[in-house]
Design a protein around this ligand. Structure first.
Ligand code: CMP
Length: 139
């Protein structure tokens, strides 16, 4: 099963991307596709469309377009639930010890990494960034 992760601009800026990717690989995820992107405002707005009515939407779009981000299509069994477990709670202060957000996040907004929140969202989010032909074959 595939899920989408985005190592966010705060983590790239702090040069934590390599450590985060190593942690994801150690947790059993295989990178099927990866791209360094600088999201446009239109892309970030579309990606976070479900949050459009929330007070944090505009600052989130501004933050996500503030610098490069590393987008990853990740494979493992039960990928969505496992990735959410590895990254921890949205608020780094509440994330479990050793989780990516606890280790590298600074705030609810600057929380180092995004992960898809359901299998349906994962399918949409992977397709948002990657065409079928861009996914590396397993094996
Ligand atoms: P992410 O997994 O990228 O999905 C939506 C993002 O919105 C979330 O991580 C946070 O970065 C951000 N977010 C969610 N809730 C809040 C909040 N209360 N304040 C600021 N940002 C938030």
């Amino acid at each position: 099963m595939l899920t989408l992760a985005i190592i966010k601009p705060d983590a790239l800026q702090a040069r934590n991307a390599g450590k985060i990717l190593a942690q994801l690989e150690a947790a059993g995820f295989v990178v099927r596709a990866a791209r360094l992107v600088k999201l446009t405002t239109t892309q970030a707005e579309a990606f976070y469309e479900v949050h459009r009515a929330r007070p944090f939407y505009r600052p989130l779009v501004t933050f996500m377009t503030s610098g490069p981000a590393l987008v990853l299509a990740l494979e493992r069994d039960n990928a969505v639930a496992h990735l959410r477990d590895v990254i921890g709670a949205t608020d780094p202060a509440e994330a479990k010890p050793g989780s990516v957000r606890k280790l590298y996040g600074a705030s609810k907004e600057r929380n180092a990494i995004h992960a898809s929140d359901s299998p349906e969202t994962a399918a949409r989010e992977v397709a948002f960034f990657f065409a079928e032909g861009e996914l590396r074959e397993l094996g």
